[in-house]
Structures are given as C-alpha cells and as structure tokens.
Write a protein that binds this ligand. Sequence first.
Ligand code: NAD
Length: 413
Amino acid sequence: MCSRSSRLQGFYKKSLAERIALIADWAALTVEETELLAAGLSAEQADTMIENTIGRYALPLGIGANFLINGQEYLAPMAIEEPSVVAGVSAGARLARAGGGFRTGSTEPVMIAQIQLLDVPDAARAEKAIGSARSEILATADTSPTIKRLGGGPQDIEVRHLPDTAAGPMLIVHLLFDCRDAMGANAVNTAAETIAPLLERLTGGRAGARILSNLSDRRRAWAEVKIPADAFDSGEYLGAEVIHRIAEANAFALADPYRAATHNKGILNGIDAVLLSTGNDWRAVEAGAHAWAARDGQYRALTDWHVLAEAGEQRVRNSARNLRVPHDAPKVESLYGRLELPLSVGTVGGATRSHPLARVALKILGVSGARALSEVVAAVGLAQNLAALRALTTTGIQWGHMRLHARKHLSGF
Ligand code: NAD
C-alpha cells in the first residue's frame, strides 16, 4: 500500500476533525471525498439504490487501525453501530504486529451457480449427457464479455444427486464461474438462467431454481498469525497463561455450537463492518460463513487458535483443570491463529460503486481487487476474534464494553 505505518498511536484520543484529516492524508482523499465522510449518501442516490425509499439511515464509520498484512500497512474502514468493535479490532491487529502481522491468502474468485433439475427420467444417463456436453454448456454460460476479457467466466460443471428430497429426486448442476473482482451474483445468476434450457434438453428434466449458492466454498480467504507469548504479558496476566486460555476458549467453540455461534458472531462483527463500509453484501458472506462453519455436520468455530511450543512447534495440550503452563511442559513460544472462510466480495458492481462512501472506503483500504479485499477482511475477522478471546478469558468482555458505553453516555451522544 504505502510506506507509512498503520500503527496509529493515540488515534482514539484525537478530535473527529483531526482523525478525518489524518485519514484524508493517508488515503490521499480529495476535498469532495473528505466531505462525503460527513455528508454520506444523498437522498437522490438512496432513491436509485432500493425500492420505496423514504430516507437514509446512517451508521458510524470508524477506522480499524494497526493492520500489517503480508508486510503491507492497511487501515480498515468499518461501518458499525456497536461500541468496542473498532477498539477491539485495532487492539487485535496491534498484538498481531508483535508476530510480524498477518499472513493471508485466497483462492481464485470462483462462485457456484446451482441449477435444480426435476422430473429427470434417468439420472445416471442425464449425468453422462451433461458430461459429454461440457464444452457446449461452458460456452453457453459465457455470458459476461467483461469478465471473460478479464480472464474469468465459466470454469467447470459438476453434477450432484439429491435422490431423496421432500419433492422427490433431483439432479443439481453446479456451474463454477470465476467472477474476477465482482461479487458476481448477477453475472452468475445470468449464466445459470442461460444454461437451464440446454440442461433441460440434455436431461429431459425440468429446471427449477437457477441461482448462485452463498456457500461459496470455492472462493475462500484465510489469514494467520503467530504471536509471541510475551506480547500478551500485562500487569495482571502472564502472556503464556493468556495464550493457553485463548486456545482453550477456541477448543470450547470448536466443540460446542452454543459457544461457536457467539464466537463466530464476534468474528463477523469486524467482517460485516468492513463489508458494509465497502458496499459489499454482508448477508451473503454471513450465510456462507455459517454454512461453512457447519460443513462437517456440526456448527463450529471458524478459527483455529493453538499454542506452539518452542521446540518443534508441537501443540501443547491444555488442561481444563490447570490453566497455568505446567513446569515440565516445553517452553511456550507463541500463539498460532488461523481463520478461513468463504468470502464472496467485490470491488466492482453492486453498492461498491453506487454508494459514494463505499468508494471512499475502498480508497482508504487501498486494495487492488476482490481477492485482496477478501484477504484483508479475513485478517480483520481474525484480529476481532483475538481481541474478543483475550478479553473474555482475562478481564472479561464487559470491562471494555462498559468503559466505552460510559464514554458514550458521558459525552452526551
Ligand atoms: P454487478 O452486476 O453490479 O457488477 C458486476 C459486473 O461488473 C460484471 O458482471 C462485469 O460486467 C462488470 N465488471 C467490471 N469490471 C469488472 C472486474 N474487474 N471484475 C469483474 N466484473 C467486472 O454486481 P455483481 O457482483 O454481479 O452482483 C452483486 C450484487 O448482487 C450485490 O449487490 C448483491 O447484494 C446482489 N445479489 C446477491 C444475491 C445473493 O447473494 N444470493 C442474489 C442476487 C443479487
């Protein structure tokens, strides 16, 4: 991004005007873009975005600070109404810097379109016919010249059998479609609707639903961190003890859906806020994240946090009875964390272009395209989770929450 550091010390102590000036300088915002931070969406713009518009609904836009991702500095714009999320993510990102920041990655931006085929007379023959016509189907699905020019478009076809549904047997065709920098719902839905008549002819069946799947498990991003234990040292707690507690809290959320729901909600606090600020469809990502969290049949935490030992980096078993590091255990070196989830996001299309503040948010982020955005979003989710786990396993989550509530009420908001 740029050579400046995103480590914004004391940013929260600055006045609103000082913060705006700093961010305008960071992202080289124009005067008009800077003014948009206060003005937001106009009533006229709102009226073009949805139906039956009667007004605009504003949310605070904050800055998640301190992000170092693959050696690059990022500030994360976050639209959210909940106190302590922005403070938490900035604290999590600051901790991650002690381990060199986040490392992230992502798959190609491949979405899945589903075409439901009913009343198929012979499912096995139908699958064969689809396989033989693969090239014709992919050529027919090539409905977006822009995406094709950019190197995307239809990639492959897969067939799934649902032999026993409430509406009888079904054949489900998946069209895999590379959306490049678009979230891709419109492009993918168009392709699905375009190939449906061909699939009906090939299978002798009847096409029902033709729509993208929000379980975009071919389009994933991940972020990981490795943070030395002493970065967690505080007056009250030894860092080594804290990282064991964090690993235990994650184990709880991996094993128990009641805990996992809250654990993942915390991750999505950060993710949704960045998605909302950049005009992305956060409902789509939420749906995909929760479906992915339940992919083995049980709803689980989206993260892995475990303690790495100095020698050989083996996992150190945590004991629920004794939270302290045992004397005979290998010396604890660091906390490893990883978050991976489906992330269908765009830097073009939808509200990313029609909402003026989304364009400003994308400029503040400085990402090159949808994959880069998805990786920053994954890092934000991991930072958010780290801050939450640290708080709830040490001082408790209410301490920070109530401090920020108090600030809100004292300042008369
Ligand atoms: P879109 O149709 O507005 O824009 C995407 C188009 O932009 C592409 O088809 C392409 O023609 C063009 N484009 C220009 N530069 C591009 C680039 N670099 N890479 C890729 N395409 C480029 O938006 P979309 O992404 O197809 O759809 C997103 C919208 O669909 C969101 O607003 C979402 O809320 C909505 N939606 C979601 C669902 C769902 O999630 N289930 C269903 C329907 C609609």
